[in-house]
Design a protein around this ligand. Structure first.
Ligand code: ATP
Length: 304
């Protein structure tokens, strides 16, 4: 597997407080990787380490196969953008001028890309506005336009949807999906909004107390093995015979309910149930949700 970002036994301590405890993490190229964990789990610390804002106390992390401890890492970091905690910009100059400032900082000579990036985040009409006058959602979008300068291959976003109204959340979601799909930008996004994260992420990493507890792809979550169908019927005995003949795994929960460990295909199942004389009162497909995976992985005691 080609990982654009990879941590191996990464450690960070503040005094006696071990914040990252041999953290392992693998971000495939082209992924939208959701970093999930309760407050204080170490998500921001991980991003700060990758960005070079702080140094590790052990282990390693590779960005595009270059160790963050190596001398070449500064060249590699040019291919990465980060928005950690809040987007940084100058409040007293305009939106466009902020993007141009970022061009100067990143030694991008073609300032006309400022308008292209502002259009990407639907801020083209506000390009002349003073940055301090922007709403929170607009500030996040300006942050992403500035992050685009230098054509990064990977963007790290720390809680990009925090505090945004529903429209702001939808805007950021669409921008992330667009940049991922059309510009092949890999994203690492920390977020507490599991439902929102599940609408964009292709992979997840669950962090608790500075350790990676589990990594799982959205595809694995969706897999049949994680989907069940609850069948309510007065004919559980006949149902068991039919499910056996269909070679499906199931559990009879009571005299009126069975859980099948698969997603039943209604068009295939209903005629067979009718033919077998089984009365079906209801049939519910229970897809595994990110929230269920979170609860199963982290335990109910941790509130995200
Ligand atoms: P949140 O979801 O609340 O942003 P997080 O997962 O991003 O949490 P971090 O901000 O990485 O968590 O913090 C992890 C731990 O490191 C916390 O216990 C925090 O108090 C501690 N910490 C972070 N920065 C420092 C610092 N500069 N000095 C001392 N401790 C710190």
């Amino acid at each position: 597997m080609n990982y654009i970002l990879e941590a191996n036994k990464l450690c960070k301590k503040y005094g006696r407080n071990t914040v990252l405890n041999e953290l392992d993490l693998h971000v495939p190229k082209g992924a939208i990787y959701g970093l999930i964990g309760r407050n204080g789990a170490g998500k921001t610390t991980f991003m700060r380490l990758v960005a070079g804002l702080i140094r590790s106390n052990g282990g390693d992390c590779k960005l595009m196969e270059v160790s963050i401890n190596s001398k070449q890492i500064n060249d590699i970091r040019r291919k990465m953008s980060t928005i950690i905690e809040v987007p940084a910009f100058y409040p007293d100059i305009t939106v466009r001028e902020n993007v141009i400032e970022m061009c100067r900082l990143r030694e991008v000579e073609d300032y006309s890309i400022a308008d292209e990036y502002l259009k990407l985040v639907s801020l083209d009409k506000d390009a002349g506005k003073r940055a301090s006058k922007l709403s929170l959602g607009m500030k996040q979008r300006l942050g992403i336009a500035m992050a685009m300068v230098g054509n990064p291959e990977i963007i790290l976003l720390d809680e990009p949807m925090n505090g945004l109204d529903p429209q702001g959340i939808i805007d950021i979601r669409n921008i992330i999906l667009d940049l991922n799909k059309n510009r092949n930008i890999t994203f690492v996004i920390s977020s507490h909004l599991l439902d929102e994260l599940s609408k964009v992420a292709t992979h997840y990493g669950f962090i608790s107390d500075g350790r990676l507890i589990r990594e799982i792809s959205a595809e694995e979550i969706k897999k049949d093995g994680n989907t069940t169908t609850t069948v309510v019927t007065p004919d559980t005995v006949k149902l068991a015979v039919l499910l056996d003949s269909m070679k499906l795994q199931y559990e009879i929960k009571s005299s009126s309910e069975a859980v099948v460990f698969a997603q039943l295909d209604l068009e295939e199942f209903m005629p067979q149930a009718k033919e077998a004389g089984i009365e079906i009162n209801s049939l519910t497909v229970n897809s595994e949700s990110l929230e269920n995976v979170y609860l199963n992985t982290m335990g109910n005691k941790e509130n995200c």
